[in-house]
Design a protein around this ligand. Sequence first.
Ligand code: BTN
Length: 270
Amino acid sequence: MTAVPMAGFPGQVQAVVQRFRHVTRLHWQARVPSTNSVALDLARSGAPHGTFVLADRQEAGRGRHGRGWSSPPGVGLWMSWILRPPLPPDRAYLVTWAAAVAVAEAAARTAGLYAEIKWPNDVLVRGRKICGLLAEVASGGDALDFIVLGVGLNVNQAEADFPEAFRDRAASLRSASGHAVDRVLTLAAFLEAFEFEYDRLLRDGGEAVRRAWTERSCVIGRPITLRTGGGEFAARAVGVDPDGALLVERDGTVEAIHSAEVELLRLGEA
Ligand code: BTN
């Protein structure tokens, strides 16, 4: 990747992303409504594999299930990556899992934190969410066209910086570790861990990333509450199927859940 040098944080980002084969273009923005929306527009107009959108602030950051994502300036990594992997559409979820594993790895390397993954792809430290992932996929028939992989990683927010409604469930690398964390080093650690996972996913079809994701899962083997379109029920998570669906057992029957909100039951609640 060659580009005109930029100063400050964007310049440091530019220097870092140049080291990665799967970042081919950088779109730095001081503020955007949503990096996923920017990346979707770029992908639909033919932007190549590796186009990477990073913003200092999002004014309408998007989360799963139509929710918002708080994205204040200077404290987070709000990024969306256009990837065009040679995978069938029903295996696109493995790219998101690779990203969840890579975020957990980056949290360990830059903040010394042990992060867990809550199905389908929230990254938590001690039960609080430090990162959310929003993958938007386009495919034509049997072929995957692109994935926009959106990553919202809370780096340096103090607890009071989070909106009150989810202050007790959110954390940043700083609030969880007790010290400020370098955003650029965190980005570099994430990109390095992601490229490793992504390359091995393309080599082995997903076996290793499934193993790494499962080892980090804080859901499998646990009693949970599931909130689906059909209501709320208690179950035990027993595994994931080849499509990434969560396998849950209730009343002696195992069923595959494709979309739901998972709540972990605390000890004593089961
Ligand atoms: C979730 O947990 O609900 C997913 C949150 C995803 C947020 C990231 S921030 C960067 C990218 N741009 C967006 O608008 N959303 C994702």
